[in-house]
Design a binder for this molecule. Structure first.
Ligand SMILES: Nc1ncnc2c1ncn2[C@@H]1O[C@H](COP(=O)(O)OP(=O)(O)OP(=O)(O)O)[C@@H](O)[C@H]1O
Ligand SMILES: [Mg+2]
Length: 325
């Protein structure tokens, strides 16, 4: 049987707000098989980062996991204590956060920051920690590692800062790396380099979960893709399959907006409308408000995530088998 590094089952995150309870993550299930890169894609606000934070046990108050489970290498980590989690984070699972500038301490040299990450998890000496940091800098292809080791974050380019963060995340060789928008702040050349680095990590045995609003990024490196909308997975398949035959109207809309850019269009064709306010979700399909194919049933009834062909699932009444009936 295929080994799974991460298994998320029916994960639900609730937020109690003044206007009532919302579920930014609503029954999400996903797998990251060992040695693969898996992507979560969706527009801003659809719950991608919240899913990652819930997996890491890093939800901010008042966010709370109310249902579901998270298994890391087969071990249930849903209800660990904070102490147990601290042991796990960095050592077995690491995350690169969406805000690269705020993830590094501006007044500490980057080499020292990576060293601290090692010394948190092992009792190696200062010298050993430094040697491993330099080795890791070379592994993530930071040129002139010795010089860069002594730099402060602001002295490095965006691409190098991202490499430092990846080095920090990888220093204890975790089995899973979660990268939230790892290339959003970077230009396309640097983006390609960082994506190549993530592929090298995968080939070295680390499983990677990439979160991005950019289908182009996902297409370049992911083996398998989950499309998220308003807190739910609305489509999933192998990357190639989803690119050839996107089944959900939302995914099709995401593709059109990428295609219009690629064809040299000056305006980005976007999906009309906005992600719905989580306080006012429609009774039926969350995408029904923006969907060109929506009918009365879609407005009333929530579609399940169903197979449209072997290995390909979509949450839509209008697609696949049902539409053919
Ligand atoms: N403290 C909070 N209170 C209430 N709602 C919140 C809070 N923080 C986030 N949310 C809501 O949770 C939802 C999911 O947010 P999340 O950050 O996971 O989105 P995202 O998919 O990562 O978006 P982006 O692409 O912008 O990073 C959003 O609709 C957001 O408005
Ligand atoms: Mg986010």
């Amino acid at each position: 049987m295929e080994q799974k590094t991460l298994e998320v089952r029916n994960l639900t995150v609730c937020f109690r707000t003044e206007k009532g309870i919302i579920r930014p993550v609503n029954g999400v299930s996903l797998d990251v098989p060992a040695g693969s890169i898996v992507g979560i894609v969706g527009e801003s606000g659809c719950g991608k980062s919240m899913t990652a934070r819930a997996v890491m046990g890093l939800l901010r108050y008042p966010g709370k996991v109310t249902e579901g489970s998270v298994l890391l290498n087969g071990r249930d980590i849903t209800n660990l204590t904070e102490k147990e989690r601290r042991k796990l984070r960095g050592a077995e699972v690491s995350m690169i956060f969406q805000e690269p500038m705020t993830s590094l301490n501006p007044v500490v040299r980057v080499g020292k920051q990576v060293e601290e990450a090692i010394r948190l998890h092992t009792d190696c000496t200062k010298e050993e920690a430094k040697a491993r940091t330099l080795e890791m800098f070379r592994e993530v292809e930071i040129p002139e590692a010795e010089t860069r080791y002594k730099c402060y974050p602001h002295q490095l380019s965006g691409g190098l800062r991202q490499r430092v963060l990846i080095a920090m995340a990888m220093i204890c060789k975790p089995s899973l790396l979660i990268a939230d928008e790892p290339t959003t702040a970077l230009d396309v050349t640097v983006e390609a380099q960082i994506l190549k680095l993530l592929e090298q990590l995968r080939d070295g045995g680390t499983s990677v979960l990439i979160i991005s609003h950019d289908l182009g990024v996902i297409a370049k490196v992911c083996d398998y893709v989950y499309v998220m909308y308003a807190g739910r997975i609305v489509e999933e398949a192998e990357t190639e399959v989803i690119f050839r035959r996107p089944a959900h109207p939302y995914t099709q809309g995401l593709f059109r907006s990428v295609a219009s850019l690629r064809e040299g269009g000056s305006t980005l064709e976007t999906i009309p409308g906005v992600v719905p306010n989580l306080h006012r979700l429609p009774a039926g399909c969350s995408f029904s408000l923006r969907c060109g194919e929506c009918d009365a049933r879609c407005e009333q009834e929530l579609p399940e995530l169903k197979e449209t062909e072997p290995g390909h699932k979509a949450r839509c009444f209008r697609t696949g088998k049902e539409a053919a009936e």
